[in-house]
Design a protein around this ligand. Sequence first.
Ligand code: PLP
Length: 377
Amino acid sequence: MNLFDVYPIMDIEPVRGDGCYVYDKENNKYLDLYGGHAVVSIGHSHPVYVRHIEEQLRKIAFYSNSIVIPQQQKLAQMLGKASGCNDYSLFLCSSGAEANENAIKLASFRNGRKKILSFYRSFHGRTHGAVVATDNSGICAPVNDRNHVIFVHLNDIDAVAKELSKGDVCAVIIEGIQGLAGIYTPDIDFLKALRELCTQFDTDLILDEVQSGYGRSGKFFAFQYSDIRPDIITVAKGMGNGFPVAGVLIDNKYEAKHGMLGTTFGGGYLACAASIAVLEVMNQEALVENARKTGEYLIEQLKNIQQIKEVRGKGLMIGMEFDKPIAALRNKLVSENRIFTGTASDKNVMRLLPPLTLSIEQADVFLDSLKGQLGKI
Ligand code: PLP
């Protein structure tokens, strides 16, 4: 059987990882500034992570959500403490799309409405509820009917107010920082005003922190720069450092009922072990703070490079916009400097989403390599 060929791939085969580096079959060492698409948060094969998963695997690997799994409670408590969102409840699932899907359902269960307000350039995943709220008709099949979804421009509070005042919008879904589009951050005042409008019109505010959460922005959640309180927060990617795990953080105004949400794999022992290890390492190594510091340094240095039109982002979620496509530059960085970087849906934007452990020295290696490549063009 062949694989269903849906991914454009680079001709590199990593066989092991260590911190911010991956190694191929010939033992070539690559500096990873992409983190497997913002997933590798505490670094590749961190020993604490390996130990937690290994120990759990030897005891019991899986049982369904029909028995007591104390690790779930432990994870919820650790996440509440690390994020400052202790007074939310946690629903565990396995992917970012699934988390958003459940967030939208929760909102709709609560207020009985079905219209969704989303933003141009957004990405929320590929399952039905998530993909219809994503601004990319190219990945919607005819079955993904979008009649109930409205898109407005990021930071256009008047457009939001106009729609919400009709009184029939179930939820607003917004990324803490728009990732795939090429790194666009909602304005602080916009998020504050959005929160107020949602409260005024009984519309639920869903913060998609799947990419921007878990310390990546230099705060645990990117929305925390605005000091607002979302009704629902979704997390995935960095949560498991590569183990498929996701979560929905749910305000206490939502009433849980047995059978209301559910999923087979969500919150299994191994997912919990991976997620507990991630939070333990993030705390021990102060990785949110490291993301802020190293990110600030990188952004400041990148702003001095004249070939870059604009540098956007916060912490270690960075977009660099050039005035032409970055594909050739990205290929040179891989083949000549052995550095992984990321793309965006805007072909002129390069994205950096490294492990949160990235050091200033490693950032300097990237900066020197980038300047070297740009000097040759
Ligand atoms: N939301 C955001 C902001 C994302 O960046 C992504 C994935 O890139 C998703 C949701 C979907 O996550 P998953 O691919 O785990 O379903």
